[in-house]
Design a protein around this ligand. Structure first.
Ligand code: TXA
Ligand code: MG
Length: 334
């Protein structure tokens, strides 16, 4: 049986809020990717998220809040929170903070910290306000696969496992939120790149933001089994083998068969009418490229190609996040 896809009418939002209050799951739109939400204060409801996604219990969830009051229910705020919230919330930024005791251990995978984010999508904000609960939500895809950026993607991956999907249209950013650990506001650490860059965060915080190292991850997680997000090397993976390239050229394409697909960053001048050449953004716009990345990778993955090739983006702004996702999609492959 397929999940029911709901439009965001007030009646539907009220109904979905009831589902969440009773411990059920609802896939929700965010400005980054679709999430699979449950009441973050209900351990049993959150266990259902892990089961539905087949997500290992050592991978903690992000808690979505409507406002700073709700944040204070689940996490210990500090000065940096106020500053970052003013600059970037609601928006695609997740903060790692010390957790409060009401947060069930299943949400944080037993860590002393909790990931918190105030999402910008108007339908999710309305739903958060109506149900009045913080919502734990990982991306709404089976564990390890490409994140969903439309309700149809959620239906494809989880339609047989969950009952409700709230349709908020295609996601505006298409890349998961930037994650930064600011438990020590003087030494912020970037755990996952996103549309909001380390440089932007550094300007607001007044200190440089370091990128995660294995040592930091091990220290914050306590042990290998609970690595921070940036370190799960193979993730976001299509089923077809994917290979990344610094540049894709006409000569490279000519050397391989027409059963291999090439995903360029921008539209190449030599593309002609070839059926196996694709691009993230015709004009090479980084934001558009980020928005389209996962949908295109999914489409190519289902296209019957023998192998997928992807060209890395210029590593400025959201380009860093695009390349991070592409490298992970390619990890463990030739
Ligand atoms: O944009 C997003 O962040 C989307 C939407 C739905 O909000 N969510 C998302 O969730 O990407 P997920 O579960 O796919 O990725 C969240 C990452 C996980 O890899 C997890 O390891 C990390 O956040 N995380 C959660 N809590 C953490 C914590 N306390 N310390 C370190 N990392 C944490
Ligand atoms: Mg995910």
């Amino acid at each position: 049986m397929a999940a029911q896809i709901h439009r965001g009418t007030l009646t539907n939002l009220r109904r979905l809020a009831r589902v969440l209050r009773r411990g059920g799951l609802v896939a929700v739109p965010t400005e980054t990717v679709y999430g699979l939400a449950a009441n973050a204060l209900d351990a049993q409801a959150c266990r259902r998220i892990f089961r539905a996604k087949r997500r290992p219990a050592n991978d903690p969830l992000i808690v979505h809040v409507a406002d700073l009051r709700m944040l204070e229910q689940v996490a210990e705020p500090n000065d940096a929170v106020a500053r970052l919230a003013r600059a970037f919330w609601p928006g695609p930024l997740t903060l790692i903070l010390a957790r409060k005791a009401v947060v069930p251990a299943v949400v944080t995978a037993g860590l002393p910290s909790v990931a918190v984010r105030m999402p910008a999508h108007p339908l999710l904000r309305r739903l958060l306000r109506i149900c009045g609960l913080p919502l734990a939500a990982p991306s709404a895809n089976p564990f390890g696969y490409v994140s969903p950026t439309t309700a149809a993607h959620v239906q494809e991956g989880l339609g047989r496992t969950i009952a409700h999907i709230l349709d908020g249209g295609p996601c505006r950013h298409g890349l998961e939120s930037t994650i930064v650990d600011i438990r020590d506001p003087l030494r912020p650490v970037l755990l996952r790149p996103g549309v909001i860059t380390a440089a932007q965060l550094g300007r607001v915080l007044g200190v440089p933001v370091r990128t995660v190292t294995k040592r930091h991850a091990a220290r914050s997680a306590g042990q290998q089994s609970a690595l921070a997000p940036g370190l799960l090397a193979r993730h976001y993976s299509p089923r077809r083998p994917l290979i990344t390239h610094r540049r894709i050229t006409a000569a490279m394409v000519a050397r391989t068969g027409t059963d291999e697909a090439w995903l360029c960053f921008r539209k190449p001048r030599w593309a002609g009418g070839a059926k196996n050449i694709f691009w993230l953004s015709a004009a090479g716009d980084l934001r558009q490229a980020g928005r389209r990345l996962f949908a295109l990778v999914r489409r190519l993955d289902r296209g019957g190609w023998k192998r997928l090739h992807a060209e890395l983006a210029p590593s400025a702004g959201p380009g860093t996040a695009i390349n991070d996702r592409l490298r992970r999609a390619a990890a463990g492959r030739g």
